[in-house]
Design a protein. Sequence first.
Length: 372
Amino acid sequence: MTTTLDPEKLQTALANVHAAGMPGLFAEVRDNDQTWCGAAGVADLATGRPVTADMRHRVGSITKTFTAAAVLRQVDNGEIDLDTPIGHYLPRLVPGERGAAITVRMLINHTSGLAEYLPYAYPSLAAFPDLAKTTPQSLDDNRFTTFHPTELIELGVSAPASGSPGGRPGVYSNTNYLLLCQLLELITGAAAEKCITRDVIEPAGLRDTELPEGSHITGPHSLHYEAWLGMIDPPRDFSVFDMSFVGPSASLISTVADLNRFFGLLLSGEIISRSSLEQMRRTGPVISFEGKTIDYGLGLHKMIIPGSGIHWGHDGSVWGGGAISLTSADGARQMSVAVNLQRWNRLGAGGRPQPHPIDAALQGFIQLALSR
């Protein structure tokens, strides 16, 4: 079988991201039955230990696709209805008129109008998204703080609404996905982490993917360097962190190979039913944390790659770590890449993140990886 994968060009493009200022990154690209793996840079700035393509990594909100898939498995089983109000299931967490107006579907596609709880859980981020007024102090203060999910949900539900239920554009919010995790626990009788593991991770054969119980990443991994828009200089490692502040909405640890395998199986209808996959692909505008409008379905992004057309997947970031996973509409081409520095852009005079050479280099690698 012929392939458009060019190992030399892919490795050069990856190295360009490292040269632009990324400490380390690694990727896997698939074209039908052909696979390329590559890495560039270091996993530890102090020792110079290199990154490798098989490293385990925190992948942030890519977790949401796994959570959405677990909910849709219960939809397939007839245990959850997408258009039933969340107040029917969880009246104490979302009471009254809002509970009656916000459906399960609105939680998954971020049109519930429920605010993000993060600025309230981390007080020094309270000015978010006015980034010029935020500080990273809460990252250190709460490195080992354990939050209970219902505590975080209460913060989001009691905060001023970000919109009306079902309104467009939606507004991205972790509150939605912590509620979905509580819904999974109610329906299945198991902790959301166990439910997602049993119904999604294990059937997909993802041997290096887990929702961690502790603060550490086990197995070979990179450090995770957070720059917080130049306010942490030099960037500091936050790979050891209590991830209860996001729980099963953004705490997944995985590898680039497992991410490609997961999205390949999901988008071919092997994890959820074809009808649920169709629901997942019904997209609409959602405002991201960065203030950008994204085309979002049920835990799934629809992205247009210049010259390559429609791709499906998700991206994610945590303190110091991030990943992007995309699969072409026909399922033939896949790309997953993980990076070990986050918020590398510095703020300009107007308090907005300024362009950085990493931006163009990373986009150049993604576009090359998905070109056919």
